[in-house]
Design a protein around this ligand. Structure first.
Ligand code: FES
Ligand SMILES: [Fe+2]
Length: 344
């Protein structure tokens, strides 16, 4: 084809510098992670008074706690005295929330209860120093937190509720969780998650267990859907979803996993997985374990290739290449939303 008859490239990968620049990471923290709803896990884990769920949103620690009055509240997991972390990440139960640093204590309403040994100071009144609230919302049994949301959760979810209208999500109970940490920017991993193009090269066993020729990726309002007919014996049911900006939902027979791709820094990512199943009986334990271990096995293959890719971006060894219109529409959707959020 003569040069002048060649059509313009439609899909070009995001500039690799955007994956490794400290200033971009700080912009992502304020423009994406502080402004969006972040999945925390199963709302059932904060059903009883004193139950809490604590996590980190791109460096900002937060928690949700069920109060003695029955209300669910969310706070920054940061002491008002000198900024120590209050509760350890994960789920648990507490009465008063006691800071491990100097033992200030807070009620489950966020009110400062006591500042022991502080000394008398008429300028200090406890009402001035409550925990700082954050926003919480629920959807289909999942709990979400947001620092300063720019939209409602419903608006962020886009067309996802229709996609999953027939799935009995509420009948699935959280049984397992896992965190996979790796040395790559969160966008390198997200690019990987939203395409199936890498399955033949990166996941040979997974490739053998699906009809890859029928793999389909489509971008929708708020999410990317990937489907492929599974062959017998695959733990996945053949539908994988990724939602803006950083969570995923993959279906099993009688269950699902939900994950949050959380940046720990520009070069480091923690992916937090929750596994939920309808059948929580002992008899079904081997089937659940196969789904959990199967998922984590696939993820480890991904994180290895992502870490190697990230190193090439960080070294300046790569300049943007073309994306497949057939297989990488999800990558383009994600990257365009990043471009829009950052104004690049
Ligand atoms: S930082 Fe929490 S009591 Fe001092
Ligand atoms: Fe993968």
């Amino acid at each position: 084809m003569p040069e002048d008859a060649r059509p313009d490239l439609q899909y070009l990968n995001l500039d690799p510098a955007l994956y490794v620049r400290e200033d971009i990471w700080q912009q992502e923290r304020s423009r994406i992670f502080a402004r969006t709803w972040q999945v925390m896990g199963s709302a059932a884990s904060v059903a009883s008074p004193g139950d809490y769920l604590a996590m980190d949103i791109a460096g900002t620690p937060v928690f949700a706690i069920r109060g003695r009055d029955g209300a669910l509240r969310g706070f920054r997991n940061v002491c008002r005295h000198r900024g120590a972390r209050l509760l350890a990440d994960g789920s648990g139960q507490c009465g008063l929330i006691i800071c491990p640093y100097h033992k200030w204590s807070y009620a489950d309403t966020g009110r400062l209860v006591q500042a022991p040994w502080f000394g008398r100071d008429p300028a200090i009144i406890p009402e001035d120093w409550p925990l700082e609230p954050i926003h919480l919302a629920q959807w289909r049994g999942l709990l979400f937190a947001a620092l300063d949301p720019e939209t409602s959760l419903e608006e962020q979810l886009g067309a996802l509720p229709d996609e999953l209208a027939d799935e009995p999500l509420e009948s699935y109970h959280a049984t397992d969780s896992a965190t996979v940490s790796f040395d790559a920017n969160w966008k390198v991993y997200t690019d990987n998650f939203v395409e199936g193009y890498h399955i033949p090269g990166t996941h040979p066993s997974f490739f053998a267990a699906i009809d890859f020729e029928a793999f389909e990726t489509t971008a929708h309002r708020g999410y990317v859907r990937m489907t492929a007919p599974p062959k017998d014996g695959l733990f996945y049911r053949g539908k994988w979803l990724w939602m803006w900006p950083n969570w995923t939902l993959s279906l099993f027979d009688g269950g699902m996993n939900v994950s949050r791709i959380n940046p720990a820094g520009v070069h480091r990512t923690d992916q937090h997985y929750h596994f939920l199943f309808a059948d929580t009986s002992d008899a079904a334990a081997p089937a659940r374990a196969a789904s959990v271990q199967g998922t984590l096995g696939v993820v480890r293959e991904d994180t290895q290739v992502c870490a190697e890719t990230h190193r090439n971006y960080a070294a300046g060894a790569y300049s943007s290449g073309p994306l497949s219109g057939r297989h990488e529409k999800g990558v383009l959707y994600f990257q365009n939303r990043v471009r829009r959020a950052l104004g690049v």
